[in-house]
Design a protein around this ligand. Structure first.
Ligand code: NIG
Length: 399
């Protein structure tokens, strides 16, 4: 079954050859994009949808979320807005609530937020564990995430659980806990920050992941300067996320990591920076230096309780100095690169995985139609729900 989407006023493809097109059309076949070109040259298809001159762009690829959790941290947010600083310790409250929750309760919260994200144009999502912090609770978080996410990341090294010895806990995370979750996850992450895990502890967790052939990610340089970025680049992590506190050498390190091969993506989390009243990550400096930047929501109940990638994109434009084109690319193709899904891959069972983040033949047919003539309206009309239609894996999920 092939569907022709025509009447596209402006098409963002993220493809170097196709670029940004006017009066375009595309054909979706199965879960893939089959054809992209001028509307006047569009081939016939079984079904046709005219989007009436609206803008079409790839669905958001949200490469950093923490959606397996229970509980509420409104009071912590209110205290922060009244002047309290954000601190890693708040994670413990969500850990306690998550351990108390049943599997169906956790899955229902994940589904509610993933559905909300989908209505907002997010067609691919990464979900982290990290609110269980026992072998059983991390394994069930990973299982629940697997039921919904495009990529699952093990974040047992999120916080040292209350009462535990830090080095003993790192032994557990890098040993038995990793062993239990490894078949369920695509990557391993560590919160490398004062108040969470130091450089040596973070290195142990990441090296254990690497030995098992799992991809690595780092939460780094979020609350102050630290070793996270250097460690991520040295070990070849797919991404280092937050990156609010970067010196010039770290910016250069991230840019240089792409010379001669795949490097480390700098993932900025604008909604988190605002919600924690921390400095905004230097996305402009990173792009100017030649780094690869992704924008993600970091949806979690503590530091960034939003699924809205459009809000993150508008913030990146209005407050971080990115152009709309750069911000849209970072929130689509940038996320795909951070997930190592910008090219065809195979899943853990050997099944092919089509690329994400671009609209070109062979890519996964994930797209959003804005109720606007151009993607510029994402920043020109911030806060306005502009999503008119969404296709995910070639299926209309909102139309
Ligand atoms: O990415 N920084 C660490 N982890 C999450 C926050 C989790 C929380 O506060 O519950 C983040 O911001």
């Amino acid at each position: 079954m092939a569907t022709l989407v025509t009447g596209i006023g402006e098409l963002t493809t993220n493809d170097d050859e196709l670029g940004r097109m006017r009066d375009a059309a595309l054909v979706l076949e199965g879960e893939l994009v089959a054809w992209v070109g001028p509307a006047a040259e569009a081939p016939a298809a079984d079904d046709a949808v005219d989007v009436g001159g609206r803008a079409v762009l790839p669905g958001w690829v949200d490469s950093h979320t923490h959606l397996v959790f229970a509980g509420d941290r409104t009071a912590e947010f209110e205290a922060r807005m009244a002047g309290e600083p954000y601190a890693a310790g708040g994670i413990a409250a969500t850990v306690a609530a998550t351990r108390e929750a049943s599997d169906p309760e956790l899955a229902a919260t994940l589904d509610r937020l993933a559905d909300e994200a989908l209505r907002g144009g997010t067609t691919a999502i990464e979900v982290k564990t990290g609110y269980g912090l026992t072998i059983a609770d991390e394994a069930r978080s990973a299982r629940i995430a697997r039921g919904r996410a495009d990529a699952v990341t093990f974040l047992g090294a999120h916080l040292v659980p209350e009462g535990a010895d830090a080095d003993g806990y790192v032994d557990l995370v890098a040993g038995e806990m990793l062993e239990a979750v490894a078949p369920l996850v695509d990557a391993v992450d560590v919160f490398c920050e004062r108040g969470a895990f130091d450089e040596a502890q973070s290195r142990r967790v990441l090296e254990a992941a690497k030995e098992r052939g799992l991809a690595m990610r780092v939460h780094g340089n979020q609350l102050g300067p630290g070793p996270g970025v250097r460690l991520a680049v040295e070990l070849g992590a797919l991404s280092v996320d937050h990156v609010a506190f970067l010196d010039d050498d770290e910016v250069a390190l991230l840019a240089d990591s792409w010379h001669g091969g795949r490097g480390t993506v700098a993932t900025v989390l604008p909604a988190c920076d605002l919600s924690t009243r921390m400095p905004l990550a230097p996305a402009r400096r990173l792009l100017d230096a030649g780094a690869v930047v992704a924008i993600a929501s970091n949806c979690n109940p503590g530091s960034s309780y939003t699924t809205s990638m459009a809000y993150c994109v508008a913030t990146a434009v209005l407050q971080m100095g990115l152009s709309v084109e750069e911000a849209v690319r970072a929130a689509t193709l940038g996320g795909a690169v951070a997930l190592d899904r910008d090219a065809p891959r195979f899943d853990r069972h050997g099944q092919p995985l089509p690329p994400l983040g671009r609209l070109r033949p062979g890519a996964r047919a994930d797209l959003q139609v804005l109720d606007a003539p151009s993607a510029t309206h994402l920043a020109y009309r911030p806060g306005v729900p502009l999503v008119h239609a969404v296709w995910r894996r070639g299926e209309a999920v909102l139309r």
